[in-house]
Write a protein that binds this ligand. Structure first.
Ligand SMILES: CC(C)(COP(=O)(O)OP(=O)(O)OC[C@H]1O[C@@H](n2cnc3c(N)ncnc32)[C@H](O)[C@@H]1OP(=O)(O)O)[C@@H](O)C(=O)NCCC(=O)NCCS
Length: 188
């Protein structure tokens, strides 16, 4: 399958999940995530439907342009939109830029089943084997223990000295301090 340009569109499956381009029908369930205080506990708010749609639209546009990005995650057995997982070049300039990050967000009903780890393993494989990346980073607000646990399950290593204040989070905000994890391309 190809997108509008010459960049091939990458979509893929894991045992339980399909990582694919966003559809208009994903936008409402994606906004439901933004309305769940537990999902948003360690994230900056997307307070309106328009903010949420703009964020999903940005992910869709980047996948259309590059062939990869933060993919929508569909639960194969039910066809439900579960959240997103994927690879992204952060918009903000970070102390370790240039970099490609891996990130995830799931609706609460899918937590505790290994879905994020499964989706992220697939995304790492795409990053290393199809995109030829040498390294993928992940970062999260200090305190987001669930997200850091995904990083550790994936075999990522914490760069303790690399902890940083995220420039997109206002000074003095509780979510400003971030932990940094890294993983290199597996040696064959
Ligand atoms: C971060 C987030 C995706 C993690 O979700 P999660 O359910 O904890 O992580 P996983 O999907 O990998 O599931 C792991 C859990 O499932 C269990 N599990 C069950 N089957 C499993 C399997 N086959 N493989 C791995 N874990 C499995 C694990 O034991 C673990 O259980 P625990 O919650 O008791 O520790 C989720 O909390 C979330 O969406 N948070 C809000 C958004 C967010 O903060 N995103 C990150 C910003 S940096």
């Amino acid at each position: 399958m190809t997108n509008n340009s010459t960049t091939p569109l990458i979509e893929f499956e894991t045992p339980r999940l399909r990582l694919r381009q966003w559809r208009e029908s994903d936008f409402a369930p994606f906004f439901a995530l933004a309305c769940d205080p537990q999902v948003m506990e360690f994230l900056l708010p997307l307070p309106t439907r328009a903010d949420s749609d703009a964020s999903a639209d940005r992910a869709r546009a980047l996948i259309a342009k590059n062939g990869w990005g933060f993919w929508a995650v569909e639960h194969k057995a039910s066809g439900e939109f579960a959240g997103f997982t994927g690879l992204n070049v952060p918009m903000a300039s970070l102390p370790f830029s240039p970099c490609v990050e891996i990130g995830w967000r799931f609706a609460r009903k899918w937590w505790g089943q290994g879905m994020a780890t499964e989706a992220a393993r697939g995304a790492l494989q795409v990053g290393f084997e199809r995109l030829g990346l040498d390294e993928i980073v992940a970062f999260t607000a200090v305190g987001n223990v669930r997200s850091a646990a995904v990083m550790e399950r994936l075999g990522m290593h914490e760069d303790v000295a690399g902890a940083f204040d995220h420039p997109a989070v206002p000074e003095g905000h509780a979510l400003r301090r971030h932990r940094l994890y890294r993983i290199g391309r597996p040696q064959r």
